[in-house]
Design a protein around this ligand. Structure first.
Ligand code: LLP
Length: 409
């Protein structure tokens, strides 16, 4: 696709960047990020888009997303706080946290953000604490999907959402505390390529709007897939957008107060706007494998280890030679510490660079300090020759956060 990282991170540029900032490093493209936002607003012109910031919560990127007219979907009080600090307005923020504690409910309520609640327990606790409030209810209508079982968030075995048959009890609890159910929400999973599956879940959600008299918004979640493998074709976003827009317009026809459609894409916004740049540290050949050891691993991009996800890779420079059965592996003391497996690559040199593509979503966001290693720095390319460091590299003290407990005298 025209927005592929090759278009903004040519080998020379990557090398200069690695020299100046060092690796491992997440690099993002402002123009690609804006293009993804534009594609969404074009496909869903009537919807309120709420970027699922769990995919990537870098403050600079949150501001770019805001400048493109998107709000945010949050799942923790600190996500709410950061979104507000980055200029998002409380009315453009939704909260869909799972199994919220009382403290979570309090913090989000105080921030003035609408909560999607998905258990009778949370509704009851929220109602008790804040009677008379507005609230939204998350449903699980038994249609789920996604790129891996871990990311399917609806269906009979999912912890998310209230079943349709629980709705009467939810309404009774709401009535007891004077809560007004102003929103219906669902999110069926992550990495959806088939518009028909999304619509299969969307239709029953729309059907339930008739039983809730105070309703103002219908939030159909996110989950729009992006291709990672060379043989995957992109989701037909325009077709999905047209079908969703038509159905929603039909629902609103004749309604005194039209409902507002909300959507919460995360991956679609940022995945293709980011790469992970790493350096080859160690080469090792075994009987039938080449292990390309790099200075990044599952602690920076856990998706291959956790979901067996495929990320495209490119070597800088591109070496000549017979392709070898290669595994790109990191410095973490686990055999699962693999960034890419079974790739046919010519023998690189130690010191060469490896670009791991489509790493903008759920990359840095899921990075950890496992094995006491720093998380990567982050840079943004925005405009000709303009590179800014948007997250500094961590040092020993950032990772340890140690406070010596000296005995008091
Ligand atoms: N809304 C809710 C309530 C969600 O739980 C999620 C994602 C989204 C929206 C955004 O979904 P997206 O548009 O990004 O697919 N770590 C996994 C993905 C987990 C997604 C969890 N929920 C991965 O790396 O594939």
């Amino acid at each position: 696709m025209a927005d592929g990282w090759h278009s903004w991170l040519a080998p020379g540029r990557a090398r200069r960047l690695a020299e100046r900032v060092g690796t491992p490093l997440y690099a993002y493209s402002g123009p690609v990020l804006r293009n993804r936002c534009r594609a969404l607003t074009r496909a869903f012109p009537d919807a309120g888009l709420r970027y699922a910031m769990k995919a990537n919560a870098n403050p600079t990127l949150l501001r770019v997303v805001r400048s493109m007219g998107l709000g945010v979907d949050t799942v923790s009080p600190w996500e709410v706080q950061l979104a507000l600090e980055c200029g998002h307005r409380k009315n453009d923020i939704v909260y869909s946290g799972s199994n919220p504690s009382d403290d979570d409910l309090r913090a989000v309520h105080r921030a003035g953000v609408l909560l999607n609640l998905d258990s009778i327990s949370a509704l009851r606790r929220y109602g008790r604490m804040f009677p008379g409030s507005r609230v939204s209810v998350r449903l699980n209508l038994e249609v789920g999907g996604g790129h891996h079982p871990h990311v399917i968030t609806a269906g009979p075995d999912s912890k998310f959402g209230l079943a349709a048959e629980d709705l009467p009890e939810a309404r009774a609890v709401a009535a007891r505390f004077g809560l007004r159910i102003v929103g219906l929400h669902q999110h069926i999973g992550s990495g959806i390529f088939d518009p028909a599956l999304f619509l299969e879940a969307f239709d029953p959600l729309l059907a339930l709007t008739s039983v809730l008299p105070d309703l103002e918004t219908v939030d159909a979640g996110g989950g729009f897939g992006v291709p990672y493998r060379p043989d995957e074709s992109p989701l037909d976003l325009a077709a999905l957008g047209a079908a969703v827009t038509d159905r929603f317009a039909a629902l609103n026809k004749g309604r005194k107060k039209p409902l507002r459609l909300l959507l919460e894409p995360g991956r679609y916004v940022v995945a293709e706007a980011g790469v992970l740049l790493t350096t080859v540290t160690t080469l090792k050949r075994t009987r039938d494998r080449l292990f390309i050891g790099v200075d990044s691993g599952m602690h920076h991009l856990i998706r291959p280890a956790l979901y067996q996800s495929y990320h495209p890779v490119a070597m800088i420079p591109e070496r000549d030679g017979a392709p070898l059965r290669s595994f790109i592996v990191g410095p973490i003391c686990e055999s699962g510490d693999v960034l890419a497996e079974e790739r046919m690559l010519p023998m690189p040199d130690e010191g060469d660079l490896v670009v791991i593509g489509n790493a903008g979503a759920y990359g840095f966001a899921m990075a950890s300090h496992y094995n006491l290693r720093a998380r990567p720095a982050e840079v943004l390319f925005d405009g000709p020759g303009k590179v800014s460091l948007i997250r500094a590299r961590e040092g020993y003290r950032d990772v340890i956060r140690r406070r010596d407990l000296r005995p008091k005298r």
